[in-house]
Ligand binder design. Structure first.
Ligand code: NAP
Ligand code: HSE
Length: 445
């Protein structure tokens, strides 16, 4: 058996290029500087940061990002590296730089979920073609180990479902709405003030960030290629203070859930991948995940149910995941061998949402007159949708001209998505239903 070589000047050196020195990159560089000796022991080689690519060379980035290492020439930097850490984000130039790095023989560690969800296939193929490694633990749920458990620890099991909260910004906003009764706009503004939400919060609040993570998890869990476009995605911008209050009345909490699962029906075995705000019971462990934390359940045949919880974002937590990958990739370069490759042998198709079944919460404003409830129940029963609970409140301004109104909140048993779409279409075309105020799914029961 070979032992770790002593840490000394005779250790091999791995040349590391860091692309990006923002929230995550700065922390990656701090950890490499502060833990250099430990990392050398663990890897059996020293990491030498040979450069840090940024856009703005003039900005002071603190003691761990020496100005002398900064460069605008990211292409030349990756050409000289054994290992490239990509924490710049976005599709281009990150995609071109990573392909160039792999072509030049460098292994790659990236935190870029958008790039993987959109261009994962091309990156995996490049890694294969050039016999280099592609690691991306930080791309899903920051510090929480999820990619490695799904890709490696559970590789001998059969995963049925991965369900969880993988976006901290939206969890912070929904949690603030739940705690304070604030509406979406005020909760978003407070999340931005506190630095949880970015100035442009679109990717988070529209669910795109969570959908990218869902596509990565689905691809790994089900050994199939699941692209970002395959993931059904609804964000939280339409969730209202009234929805939060209605959920509370039902003993439920609204969370933005990412769900990827195997589905088996008359069409055979397929995958469902979806992101939407959903009502879950207050007793469900995900209901108590507060602030910007993430939590994910994995259900596998032999392992049973596993829960992962922790910080899904932030410079240091994300850098922790990046460094874990750096150690893995660096060890392989020193001692030989390859990390896990893309596994897509199962080639399962993704089932369209309309072919799936969900329980729903629907809120309507209706005319308050005899027979209205019967009409609504008739529309639902005509589509095979069974009501579970119903709650009615009279409209507040009953003195004004026009019909008296009532607000009705209905929860249903599980029903086909296509049946609910048809029922909603019918509601839209009746004069009785004045507005469809919200449609949310109920999960986790
Ligand atoms: P960030 O703070 O915006 O930093 C991005 C860095 O990349 C900046 O230093 C920027 O340079 C540099 N950069 C961007 N485009 C560049 C280009 N064309 N050429 C050279 N340099 C360029 O981003 P971040 O929050 O650290 O996120 C980085 C990656 O980690 C993203 O893929 C993100 O999705 C992922 N991630 C982030 C978190 C998190 O909590 N922040 C968590 C998990 C994963 P300048 O500084 O000169 O502008
Ligand atoms: N913006 C993401 C979040 C962090 O709020 O969870 C990066 O994945």
């Amino acid at each position: 058996m070979t032992e770790n070589p002593p840490v000394g000047t005779d250790l091999p050196v791995l040349r590391v290029a860091v692309l990006g020195a923002g929230t995550v990159g700065t922390e990656v560089l701090r950890l490499i500087a502060e833990q250099g000796e430990d990392l050398a022991h663990r890897i059996g080689a020293r990491l030498e940061v040979i450069g840090v690519a940024v856009r703005d060379l003039t900005r002071d980035r603190g003691e761990f990002v020496p100005a002398g290492l900064l460069t605008e020439d990211a292409g030349a930097l990756v050409d000289d590296a054994d290992l490239v850490i990509e924490v710049m984000g976005g599709i281009e130039p990150a995609r071109t730089l990573l392909l160039r790095a792999m072509e030049g023989g460098a292994s790659v560690v990236t935190a870029n979920k958008a790039l993987l969800a959109q261009e994962g296939a091309e990156l995996y193929e490049a890694a294969d073609r050039h016999d280099v490694d592609l690691y991306f633990e930080a791309a899903v749920a920051g510090a929480i180990p999820l990619v490695r458990p799904v890709r490696e620890s559970l590789a001998g099991d059969r995963i049925q479902r991965v369900l969880g909260i993988v976006n901290g910004t939206t969890n912070y906003i929904l949690d603030a709405m739940t705690r304070s009764g604030a509406d979406f706009g005020d909760a978003l503004a407070s999340a931005q003030e506190l630095g949880y939400a970015e100035a442009d919060p679109t990717a988070d609040v529209q669910g795109h960030d969570a959908a990218a993570k869902a596509s990565i998890l689905a691809s790994l869990a089900f050994h199939s290629r699941v692209r970002l476009a395959d993931v059904y995605c609804e964000g939280i911008t339409e969730v209202s203070a009234q929805d939060i209050a209605a959920a509370a009345r039902m003993g439920r909490t609204i969370k933005l859930l990412s769900i990827v699962e195997r589905v088996e029906d008359e069409s055979g075995e397929r995958i469902s991948a979806r992101v939407y705000p959903a009502l879950i019971a207050d007793s469900h462990p995900l209901a108590s995940v507060s602030e910007a934390y993430n939590a994910v359940f994995i259900e596998a045949d032999a392992a049973g149910s596993l829960m992962f919880y922790g910080q899904g974002a932030g410079g240091a937590p994300t850098a922790s995941a990046v460094l874990g990958d750096v150690v893995s990739a660096a060890r392989l370069r020193v001692r030989g061998g390859m990390g896990p490759r893309e596994s897509r042998y199962a080639a399962l198709e993704v089932a369209p949402l309309e072919e799936l079944r969900s329980a729903f919460y629907v809120s309507l404003t209706v005319e308050d007159r005899p027979g209205v409830l019967a009409e609504i129940a008739g529309t639902l029963s005509g589509r095979g949708i069974s009501i579970s609970t119903i709650h009615q409140e009279l409209g507040r301004d009953r003195s004004a001209d026009g019909p008296a109104t009532a607000h009705i909140g209905i929860s249903t048993h599980r029903a086909l998505e296509s049946a609910m779409t048809a029922a909603l279409d019918e509601f839209s075309s009746t004069v009785t239903v004045l507005s469809i105020d919200s449609v949310l799914r109920i999960e986790g029961d």
